[in-house]
Design a binder for this molecule. Sequence first.
Ligand code: BGC
Length: 732
Amino acid sequence: MQGRGALGVVLLAAAFALALAGAPAARADGRCGTHPWCDTSLSPDARADLLLHVLTRDERIALLGGDDLTGVSGTGHTGTSFGVSRLGLPAVYFTDGPQGVRSGKATLLPSPLALAATFSPSLASAAGTVVGNEARHKGNDVVFAPTVNIMRTPLGGRTFEAYGEDPFLTTRMAVGWIEGAQGQGVIADVKHFAANQQEGSGGIPPLTGLSGSRFLVDVRVDERTLRETELPAFEAAVEEAHVGTVMCAYNRVNGAYACESDKLIHQILERDWGFQGFVLADYGAAHNPVASLRGGLDFEPWPAVAYGSLAVNVALAAGQATMAQVDEHVRRVLRTLFAYGFFDRGAYTDDEQFDRTAHATVARTIETSAITLMQNRGGLLPLDATKLHSLAVIGKPAAANPSRGGSAAVTPTAVTTPLAGIAQRAGAGVQVRYDPGSSLAAAANAARGADAALVFVTDGGGEGSDKACLHLTCDGSQPDHDALIQAVAAANPHTIVVLETGPVLTPWRDRVPAILEAWDPGQEGGAALARVLFGDADPGGRLPVTFPASVGDTLTAGADPQAYPGGLSVAYKEGVLVGYRWYDAKGIAPAFAFGSGLSYTKFHYSRLHVRRVRGGGVLARVGVDVRNTGRRPGSEVVQLYLGLPQPSPSIVQPPRQLRGMHRIELRPRHRIRLSFPIDARSLSYWDVASHSWRRAPGCYQVMVGHSSRDIRVAGAVAVAGAQCRGAVARIP
Ligand code: BGC
């Protein structure tokens, strides 16, 4: 469902990337000058070395930390490194963030979780392109995004800010986003490395207690779980998308603070993945200059405390750190700036010259493709404006367009609220009654007698604090949003619930015919929602997270505080069974499954075929036919899951894992043949004995379907000489 705007931005990004790639003049039209390190025929490493050697000791130490004192409290950049004017090393400017640029007015895109619901890497690229473009036109060189931490618990406050519970989906979205952003000539910053999967109860300890606070918690996670669930998106960001910087997280991982972790930074990021960019600290995540210099932190943007000149000089004078360590970190920063063209172009200025209309179109296209129709009993949707007389629109979110705040806060350039979008699309002939939902009786009154009642609700949670419960309202505020839905549903049998939430409990789902998940819809949410409600567009979204049927079903439930929220440490006892893997392995039926979402039409799957491929990185191809058997054009996300065999009885394998996806548009009665590549990694598990990816001999289940719980065609593949009954293919 790509509009022309989204495509246009993607094409623009591609053209820009090509222009960058094809500009190897010996001296570019940049701001570098005529210094020896300005020779563009030299490698980034050689140029960094030349510059490093003329920097004084104090200049090198100063380059370890940011210089801007205002940091996040300012209205402009989120951080600044002043550079060294004596040598023409320009200032570097940093900004947040993952849902839009956090300085001045910017396009408020749908949340990254909404973006994930599109299952579309090209829309992720369009989102990255918008943010990269605006970051640049607001004078920034580096943008602190994307957030790629896997959702471990639906209580996680930053669930909206990342791509959900599945490593494959998160990986594809992250790569698309980074390519889009970096194609605009800014450097992306994948975050938060690693295992920053909970916020705690809020505030800064010890003022608010220690339980599971992101600032302190030590995540106890085994090697396989880390490699298979939390790390793949970071790995692909480095190896595939060539991200320039990585933000290390607040929390500790297996004992060491993430920004001091030799294991995470030196061994995994730099040695195993070959990362050549630089690691910067989350704000306040660097604690100790000695451990950070040794552990691998290259730059502390704000506040420069651990890497402040005083602290670093004290560590050097005490013989606890060396100038060689300082130099190595500064060299990595400089090398990255050379490699990403920072010296060889003009400074970006805060000219605000970005295309607001085109970017709003991208926001609308993404949201249209993200809105997920979870339930539609009796075909209540789509609404037919020609047959309607009245609509009730209930709930404050219908008349607002909130951003969740925190570092993902964005001040939108313009807003189309749901109320405005619906009223405009419904037309003058339809009476639209609005009630803010402040009283249950008034809401029920507004709903009664209308042809349909739309009730809008949000949930809590945000950066810095996990949700206190999985219900819509946890803080005791009245009226409770669950009660509001029940009151409206009791007054009007044609109630449509519009969720602007992450995964929540839906105890009223049997009492309402229709449920739409609109996520944090972005500034064009109202326009997108109107298109979907009235059937101008098919609901394009699929759930990137499981909606549990009860709180006791989640992997962090139960009376085990060690598993969540933890105290000073938290134990990932579920191992690799994160997200739907948990529900599948434990035989728990979710309320709404990962990957699910309805269309206004129907699709039929047939002719599963697996073909072995020789040579290249692809081992096999899975083919399937999908046909639109309904009467309307529609969109489908065709999902490939693999079930890997257990290499030994003690090695748990989830029943199925997403390994491929195709988002398609089909006209009625049209058919398409799709092909999914299967590479070695798709068939591999992390073997802790050899510390490497391994392919176990055995029978692999190949499943293609509409969701993780709605597999339409399946077969077995025999790998490495295994005998499988009815195998459709063999792979060595
Ligand atoms: C957040 C980061 C953000 C930084 C700067 C931190 O609190 O965790 O995601 O980039 O602030 O705003």
